[in-house]
Design a protein around this ligand. Sequence first.
Ligand code: FES
Length: 104
Amino acid sequence: MPNITFIKVDGEQVEVDATVGNTVMEVAKELDLPMLAACGGSLACATCHVTVDEDWYKRLGEVSEDEEDLLDTAHYLTATSRLCCQIKISDDMDGLTVRLTPME
Ligand code: FES
């Protein structure tokens, strides 16, 4: 199980061994982390917005056009922003760290 770290807005870090095949959003919700994820992962809300570091951003692969469009509506957008309902966990994601964004 790949180990994933969430960094909350206040800096607290939460580590978890994540189940392959789940999305990062699903893992965050299971942990009851402060993330709205209002559309339940159907790529319609942008409230599962996280940022990743540059290396991981590249490793996670192409961002779809639909995700790009929705990200444009997100607050606190960065060059390495992702919608984490679109990041499916795989074995090679051990060490992935995502930073949560403030809920609004
Ligand atoms: Fe709505 Fe990810 S949960 S876009």
